[in-house]
Design a protein around this ligand. Structure first.
Ligand code: NAD
Length: 351
């Protein structure tokens, strides 16, 4: 009958969410995409300027912790699919203010689950609640081994504990109320539009401004890195083709010790900025370790690779180059988000 399916994407003004919203709005004319976002310090509608006029797109400013508002929103729009990315997402902030993480990540997720469960109609065929989660729920690895979908949850930071908790609620709603769901646990993302409190954009910004590059501990912390547009493509695949009640790990097959990553970034920045090789590396300063810091995360992404034929489309070097290029060409974006409130937070954090 030509009626579009209403799909809700939460946190769409944030880093990963904005890439997912753009992909869905451009690719699926048969959907009406509603982007719900509270526009916290991490949300920025400039990320979506190019698609804001599209007829199959609506932005809604609102907070997922507001139960009445969420219930009314679901009653009005009868969403057939929810892709839930809204979250407090920064580990360092979770150490300073854990309760904010419980509110948004746990209670906010509960509100969405309840509202989704209560507004089903018999006409819905492919309804699905998709929770976007992190590999940090698995805790830490030693020198070897990989996280698989069977690895027991063992979160160490308030952030990862809140994400683990929300994952458990999603599963529990699947078992208890037969809510159709899917969960993905992804490694560290990088790319365009990432708020410069996270390692890669923070360091790009600091190198541009000749500021120190604060490396935690001895720099041997190891993470797997994935280009954000490859994550968005994986989300599209899992939303449409993933099996019900399943979890998929998403990773870049791309492990880096922090210090090696920073050195690669410094070399690429020297080249881009036309500075002599070694200039940026001089900015590296080792800072006091983060409490509860996990040594190593590494993802076994073979399930999504085999079952859904997903794999990253760019190498790390390519992705990093695209990312650096974008930040150097979007100075206004960078200046806007690094002024005001963020500047105060940053100065307190690293002074
Ligand atoms: P982000 O911090 O850039 O964006 C989060 C968005 O959620 C922001 O736009 C913010 O305004 C919004 N938001 C926060 N609280 C809200 C609330 N109460 N109500 C409505 N909106 C709210 O985060 P990101 O890096 O894009 O991460 C998105 C999701 O992906 C999160 O769930 C995160 O846990 C998960 N994830 C992130 C990474 C990563 O490397 N960034 C890796 C794996 C999983």
């Amino acid at each position: 009958n030509g009626k579009k399916k209403n799909i809700l994407i939460t946190g769409g003004a944030g880093f990963i969410g904005s890439h997912v919203v753009r992909l869905f709005v451009e690719k699926y004319q048969e959907y009406h995409i509603f982007n719900l976002d509270a526009l916290t310090y991490a949300g920025n509608l400039e990320n979506l300027k190019d698609i804001e006029e599209r007829p199959n797109y609506t932005f809604i400013k609102g907070d997922i912790t507001d139960e009445d508002f969420i219930n009314e929103l679901f009653n009005t729009h009868k969403f057939e699919g929810v892709i839930h990315l809204a979250a407090e997402s920064h580990v360092d902030r979770s150490i300073k203010d854990p309760l904010a993480f419980v509110k948004t990540n746990v209670i906010g997720t509960m509100n969405l689950l309840n509202a989704f469960k209560n507004c089903w109609s018999k006409d819905f065929k492919d309804k699905r609640f998709y929770h976007i989660s992190t590999d940090e729920v698995y805790g830490t690895l030693g020198e070897s081994g990989l996280f698989t979908e069977e690895t027991p949850y063992d979160p160490n930071s308030p952030y990862s504990a809140s994400k683990a908790s929300s994952d458990h609620f999603v599963r529990a709603y699947g078992e208890t109320y037969s809510l159709p769901y899917v969960i993905t646990n992804c490694s560290n993302n990088y790319g365009q539009n990432q708020f410069p409190e996270k390692l890669i954009p923070l360091f790009i910004n600091n190198i541009i401004n000749n500021k120190p590059l604060p490396v935690y501990g001895d720099g041997n912390y190891t993470r797997d890195w994935l280009y954000v547009k490859d994550h968005a493509l994986a989300i599209d695949l899992v939303f449409h083709k993933g099996k019900d009640k399943e979890t998929y790990n998403i990773g870049g097959f791309n492990e880096w010790k922090n210090i090696d990553l920073v050195k690669l970034l410094c070399a690429q920045m020297d080249e881009k900025l036309g500075r002599p090789f070694g200039t940026s590396e001089k900015l590296i300063t080792y800072v006091k370790d983060r409490p509860g810091h996990d040594l190593r995360y590494a993802i076994d992404a073979s399930k999504i690779n085999k079952e859904l034929a997903w794999k990253p489309s760019v190498t790390f070097e390519e992705g990093l180059e695209i990312t650096i290029h974008w930040y150097l060409n979007n100075e206004d974006w960078l200046n806007n988000v690094t002024s005001g409130e963020y500047q105060n937070y940053y100065e307190k954090q690293y002074s």
